[in-house]
Design a protein around this ligand. Sequence first.
Ligand code: ARG
Length: 467
Amino acid sequence: MSSDNQLANKSQAWSALFSEPMSDLVKRYTASVDFDKRLWLADITGSLAHAEMLTAQGILSAEDHAAIQRGMAQIRSEIEAGTFEWKLDLEDVHLNIEARLTELVGIAGKRLHTGRSRNDQVATDVRLWLRSEIDELTKLLTGLQVALVDVAEKNAEVILPGFTHLQVAQPVAFGHHLLAYVEMFARDAERMTDLRRRVNRLPLGAAALAGTSYPLERERVARTLGMEGVCQNSLDAVSDRDFAIEFTSAATLVMVHISRMSEELILWMSQSFGFIDLADRFCTGSSIMPQKKNPDVPELARGKTGRVVGHLMGLITLMKGQPLAYNKDNQEDKEPLFDTVDTLRDTLRIFAEMMGGLTVKPEAMERAALRGYATATDLADYLVKKGLAFRDAHEIVAHAVKTAIGTGVDLSQLPLAELQKFDARIEADVFEVLSLRGSLNARNILGGTAPVQVRAQVARHRERLSA
Ligand code: ARG
């Protein structure tokens, strides 16, 4: 045990100053390698860019550079093959890789950290890692939008009761309803693209907090790494996690949209609605009730939304009391960020697939739309077009609806003579207006639910999404 500790202490970069070894508990408490090893590729990429620049600046020799490149290639293949030995004693991904490098190539490995600190190193790694995850998530957001547009196009004519307050309001095209979600996911993708610019800036060169006395060429490293610029203040560079919060906030909105959609899918699949069916592979049964088919995937997605909201709160709280510059608190940024990415990736993938397996039940939707006097506004509009003021028309139609409710029929089922008692200007052409389809077609305005508008939006989205 004690010889173990001695070994561990020896392997730590700061060991000379310390007179006693870290206890196992503290070691476990402070180490991050179990989770931050996930950053390994970003760590190697960042180190190679740093080494390349050190060499160009004459700080590292060409031989050292070649040794570092060779060692890193070896480490990369070891990690990919699963033979790399991650050591808790070496605390984190950075020290693990650096120690192995030194084991492999000797003194050149010890020179790599010149002009660098783990503080600017970790900030660089997280940014590089997140950048590639954002690219993947943006593609998945496109995939989900395409899947929704496909279903929307097929259902441009299918009539759904549109709700406000969850009460039948006006008929809408089911395709129109789905395209509302496409708008949300389009904004989400836009947000990802926008915040990516702020993720994609280089902290390296800030060193521990104050910059470094070596003549580093930070712009060169940024270019090598495909970054859009360098962080302009060293204190900010090592301590800033705004980019992680911004990302998690955008991710939270994605999940909020997913969660709203989930809630609707769950409602629509319930026996009381019966508007849709989800493919069996997205549902589960009950161990006790043989008749059950539960919409587990949307339910779970709705649940997982809470978890991503929690990560956002966690990250904001993590930052709120931190003085400049780097503090160990920042090590706590990783798990929420990783879990947010994982949750988002799986959810977006599964939802795109689930849309492909959606069964739509147009008769049930139309029947439900007919039950709620969904065309009452159309009758009011009809009277306005005959010269009435809207408020007066609204009142007249309220009386008509009351009568219809009393006799248990739809407005369109009242005889013309009956309707004319409410206003003499009502003529036979009213029945087209009172039909669900007439109501839908009438909303032929940009952004409206008329099928011709829905098709125009489908075309616009297709063009946008294929660009
Ligand atoms: N594992 C650390 C983190 O994730 C790396 C930076 C450590 N820096 C330090 N000065 N202890 O934040």
